[in-house]
Write a new protein. Structure first.
Ligand code: SAH
Length: 253
């Protein structure tokens, strides 16, 4: 497949999203350990204020960040730091991304999907990690497929998301460099690990008109790239914020 990447410097339009909940969503309030409830609610409100202060504007993304209990996705020893705007270790030499980065990536791919189109959108995440970002995405989009190459993390993520009862989230074990062709094409794609270039297979699984966000490593460090598929063989790339992610690796383990 040939492809043409056209650099685009124009700023991206943001959606004025509403706070309406997706319709076909079976979401039940997750159980919280006794005593953690109110304290974690307040901590989560503060975290969302920080994220909004960092420039994330999408109301639905902020509402999803306010809902998902990040402290349940990290080791109990780190739970007290779960609502700081920092990345944290999740074992296997991997990290859960910084909350502002999670929100920003979701906002960037959701920007072209206003209102009802989000409820119908099928979205791919590459790099499930502990499942936190996938759980947030499942509150914004109609259907989320997330793939992880480390079996121990894939299984931990399964346990973590089970408490969230998200019927629209599917976790897959495998090498995400091949994408997940069974469920393609996707209305949006998020790659949560840094690559030198976005794998061809993944670009080919984007629906025309959809967008992808990925940290891409270059000579000046990593930056978020937002790639829009504008035609059968045309992708347009915009270079966004500097970031720091663990690398996208091949194979499974
Ligand atoms: N989405 C996570 C961040 C995970 S960190 C969050 O909620 O914060 C990035 C993850 O990408 C790691 O778990 C790593 O194992 C995974 N990863 C790296 N290369 C991959 C590949 N080729 N396929 C699938 N997952 C991959």
């Amino acid at each position: 497949m040939t492809r043409r990447l056209v650099a685009a410097a124009q700023p991206l339009a943001r959606t004025g999203a509403t706070s309406r909940r997706p319709a076909l969503r079976r979401v039940v309030e997750p159980p919280t350990p006794s005593g953690m409830g109110l304290a974690s609610d307040r901590a989560r409100d503060r975290m969302v204020e920080t994220i909004a202060g960092n420039g994330v504007r999408d109301g639905e993304v902020l509402a999803a960040m306010r809902f998902v209990p990040r402290h349940l996705f990290v080791d109990a020893a780190l739970a007290s730091r779960a609502y700081e705007d920092v990345s944290l270790p999740i074992g296997h030499a991997q990290t859960i991304s910084r909350p502002t980065t999670v929100a920003r990536m979701i906002e960037l791919v959701a920007a072209d999907l206003p209102g009802e189109r989000r409820r119908e959108a099928r979205v791919l995440e590459i790099g499930t990690g502990c499942g936190y970002q996938a759980a947030v995405m499942a509150r914004v989009f109609g259907e989320v497929i997330s793939i992880e190459r480390i079996r121990g993390l894939h299984e931990a993520a399964r346990g973590n998301v089970r408490t969230q009862r998200l019927a629209n989230l599917r976790l897959v074990f495998g090498d995400g460099r091949m994408g997940v062709p069974q469920a393609a094409p996707y209305d949006a794609v998020i790659i949560a690990a840094a690559c030198d270039q976005v794998p061809e297979a993944v670009l080919g699984q984007m629906r025309i008109g959809s967008s992808l966000v990925a940290p891409v490593a270059g000579s000046a460090g990593q930056s978020l790239h937002r790639i829009e598929r504008v035609g059968e063989r045309d992708w347009r790339v915009a270079v966004m914020d500097p970031v720091h992610f663990v690398p996208l690796r091949g194979g499974t383990t």
